[in-house]
Write a protein that binds this ligand. Structure first.
Ligand SMILES: *[C@@H]1O[C@H](CO)[C@@H](O)[C@H](O)[C@H]1NC(C)=O
Length: 198
């Protein structure tokens, strides 16, 4: 009886542990080309869906779109992306406009936006990362770059120390501003995996 109880309690302990820390168990960051997250603990893997914003100085080929922040909803995809082989299956969650398919009911984890002048911010409510870019590598598919961002030490961050942007889809500006409206922010739809560490 004592043995049965102790087996039962270790099974329960293990089950609780597994449920509480799904991300840490099996998730493997899908790049080795960015600095490794040494000493940090994976908190969430988010699916970011939104726009990369750009501005144009003129409507001619002489101007190149200049990055002007981004706005994205961060969905909790930790369980989905923790499974081996699922890192590249992200497109199954998205429609052709890079919006989350209505039948994929992922929880909203938070929001990614820029604080003026141009500070990338990851706001999960209870935790927040005010970030600066430390490294970037080109996306293997020609989408926006894969990035490694860390706490900018502005004092605004709490509960998060770093984030990777990987498995990007879309988000790239046209090569030039030819024919684009200079009075408007140019928004380009994108999606990405954000791996958030503390
Ligand atoms: C970026 O574009 C979004 C629309 O997707 C807009 O709501 C947001 O205000 C823009 N951000 C900036 C900094 O222009």
């Amino acid at each position: 009886m004592v043995i049965t109880l102790s087996i039962l309690s270790s099974v329960l302990f293990f089950a609780t542990f597994t449920v509480a820390r799904p991300a840490a168990k099996s998730a493997i960051l899908p790049t080795s080309d960015l600095p490794s997250p040494s000493g940090l603990t994976l908190q969430y893997i988010a699916l970011g869906v939104g726009t990369q914003n750009y501005t144009c100085a003129t409507s001619t080929t002489a101007s190149v779109p200049v990055p002007d922040g981004a706005l994205a909803t961060l969905y909790d995809a930790t369980t989905f992306f923790s499974k081996p082989g699922h890192q590249s299956a992200m497109s199954s969650l998205l429609d052709s406009n890079l919006a989350l398919k209505p039948n994929k009911d992922l929880d909203v984890l938070g929001h990614h936006y820029f604080v003026p002048p141009l500070t990338p911010t990851f706001d999960l409510g209870a935790t927040l990362l005010s970030a600066k870019r430390l490294a970037k590598v080109p996306s293997p598919t020609g989408a926006i770059d894969w990035l490694y961002l860390v706490d900018d030490l502005s004092g605004r961050s709490h509960g998060l120390k770093a984030v990777y942007r990987v498995e990007t889809i879309g988000g790239k500006a046209p090569a030039t501003c030819d024919g684009l409206d200079t009075s408007k922010v140019l928004t380009v739809n994108y999606a990405a995996e954000y791996w958030l560490y503390n």
